[in-house]
Write a protein that binds this ligand. Structure first.
Ligand code: ADP
Length: 498
């Protein structure tokens, strides 16, 4: 549409210019013309030098008798005398309308205006589009995921049962707000999901929307922050307006610590952009009534830096901790993610879950994906346990660096070093069982001795720590005892022991 108009204007201007040029070039008809004065013209008539006069409007064109040229003269308003003189000499006189065709003359007359108008339209359009840009600057960048789009439900979120339980109430409210309002209950306006990255906070927020079948707006905290003061605040205002229009709905702010930081802590006094944005957020959260059905869900992994005003009742009064999953949780998450891939009979997800301590949901999703990719690379129809093992090692310890060139003596040193760890680990009563020893370099390490805890540990006993120290030292000692040398290979062990 826009480009159409542009093309039309372009062609109109081009045609105008072409017509103008054409009329200018073709105004003379071959013969050279001589502009003369009225007196000269009358003189030429007297001298019988003139034949055949053509009068067009107030102009006369006369042919010379002998010369191959025409005369052009501007006639006075009343040129009866001229005609009389011509008649007296029996000179042929013709009267003509102006020789240009009417539409050309109209175009000629109006072309400056047409050009001006075209230019004006062009400018106005430019300004308008510029204006739109300027206006949309303060609009929030929230993306709407409507309930029709790939719906996420609680079935897709695993291993965070407590969080799901706490959020159940919110879902019920979104489904049947009247039930709660009848008893005068006030529903939380904000839910703060706290947890390490990749534990499924975003997923949970989407699942709330999915379970309650309401629209879901998502925006990142950093989307509010712009170079210009006031933009963030206006975006917050717009976000809430959008939310109210679509109520009941969930508005999700990811990484809220980007705007929700403790006020007065930054540089630039109390008036920097972020603080204004936060102030607006605080105002909006108090401003909208909870029965409007807009529930703000925010996620952060730094609850400690948030402004206390954000956390007071009436704002983010529900805090839900989304922790790293335990063994059972990891198995459940693996089940969710392996649902869609064909697996061999030998795959045991509980073993995998046990072997992936500390991994969050996102890591496990990545692990399953890597395994599927690996199976595809091997042209297998099913994803086997080997694929999972390979991808687990890759996720936990980094990719193998098979191309790394190592001398025999270096490999020998690494072998002794890792063997030292391994022997001690298998001998000590309080150590985690040995899982894997490898001297294939991965990531930064030349070799690896891996132990796997049987269950997730939250407390470490002194005996466990002593054994762990012994295992860490065993690498260096093995090198010293059997190769009679010390290498920097123990650097990382010593660091960890410290
Ligand atoms: P966060 O917002 O906490 O950083 P996300 O919710 O963005 O993490 O998680 C990223 C991806 O990891 C999700 O899309 C999902 O595939 C996977 N994931 C994370 N946690 C879980 C979980 N508890 N159950 C199932 N999948 C999960």
């Amino acid at each position: 549409m826009n480009s159409n108009i542009k093309t039309i204007i372009f062609w109109a201007v081009l045609i105008c210019v072409a017509v103008l040029l054409w009329t200018v070039v073709h105004s003379g008809h071959g013969k050279p013309e001589k502009q003369i004065s009225y007196t000269q013209f009358m003189g030429e008539i007297e001298k019988d030098n003139v034949k055949n006069v053509v009068v067009t409007g107030s102009e006369a064109k006369a042919d010379f008798v002998n010369e191959n040229a025409s005369l052009r003269v501007q006639l006075p308003v009343y040129y009866q005398d001229v005609i009389k003189a011509l008649d007296a000499k029996h000179i042929n006189v013709e009267f003509k309308d102006s020789n240009t065709t009417p539409w050309v003359s109209v175009l000629m007359n109006f072309s400056p205006f047409i050009l001006l108008i075209a230019f004006w339209i062009f400018m106005v359009r430019q300004m308008q589009s510029g204006g739109n840009k300027a206006l949309s600057f303060g609009k929030s960048r929230a993306r709407l995921h409507s309930s029709q789009q790939k719906k996420v439900t609680f079935k897709d979120v695993a291993g965070v049962e407590e969080a799901k339980e706490e959020l159940q109430e919110i879902i019920e409210f979104l489904r049947e707000p009247q039930k709660f309002q009848k008893l005068g209950g006030r529903i939380p306006k904000g839910v703060l999901l706290i947890g390490p990255p990749g534990t499924g906070k975003t997923l949970l927020a989407r699942a709330i929307a999915g379970e309650a079948s309401v629209p879901f707006f998502s925006i990142s905290g950093s989307d509010f922050v712009e170079m210009f003061v006031g933009v963030g605040a206006s975006r917050v205002r717009d976000l809430f307006e959008q939310g109210k229009k679509n109520a009941p709905c969930i508005v999700f702010i990811d990484e809220i610590d980007a705007v929700g930081r403790h006020r007065g802590a930054g540089l630039g006094g109390g008036h920097d952009e972020r603080e204004q944005t936060l102030n607006q957020l605080l105002v909006e959260m108090d401003g909208f009534e909870s029965n409007e059905g807009v529930i703000l869900v925010a996620a952060t992994n730094r609850p400690d830096v948030l402004d206390p005003a954000l956390l007071r009742p009436g704002r983010f009064d529900r805090r839900v901790v989304v922790g790293r999953p335990d063994v059972g949780g990891r198995e459940a998450i693996l089940k969710v993610h392996t649902k869609k891939i064909p697996m061999g009979d030998d795959v045991d997800l509980s073993v995998l879950a046990r072997g992936t301590p500390g991994l969050a949901g996102a890591d496990l999703a990545n692990l399953v994906n890597e395994a599927a990719l690996n199976a595809a690379r091997q042209n297998r129809k099913l994803v086997m346990m080997v694929d999972f093992e390979i991808s687990k090692d890759k996720v936990l310890m980094g990719a193998e660096r098979k191309s790394m060139i190592l001398s025999e003596s270096e490999k020998r040193t690494t072998a002794y070093h890792e063997a030292g760890h391994a022997v001690v680990a298998s001998m000590l009563p309080n150590a985690d069982p040995l899982h894997k020893v490898s001297i294939i370099p991965r990531g930064m390490a030349l070799g690896i001795t891996m132990q796997l805890p049987i269950d997730d540990k939250h407390n470490y006993s002194k005996a466990y720590c002593d054994d762990q120290l012994a295992i860490l030292m065993a690498g260096r000692i093995a090198e010293e005892k059997y190769l009679n040398q010390m290498t920097t290979g123990a650097g990382n062990d010593i660091e960890r022991a410290t």
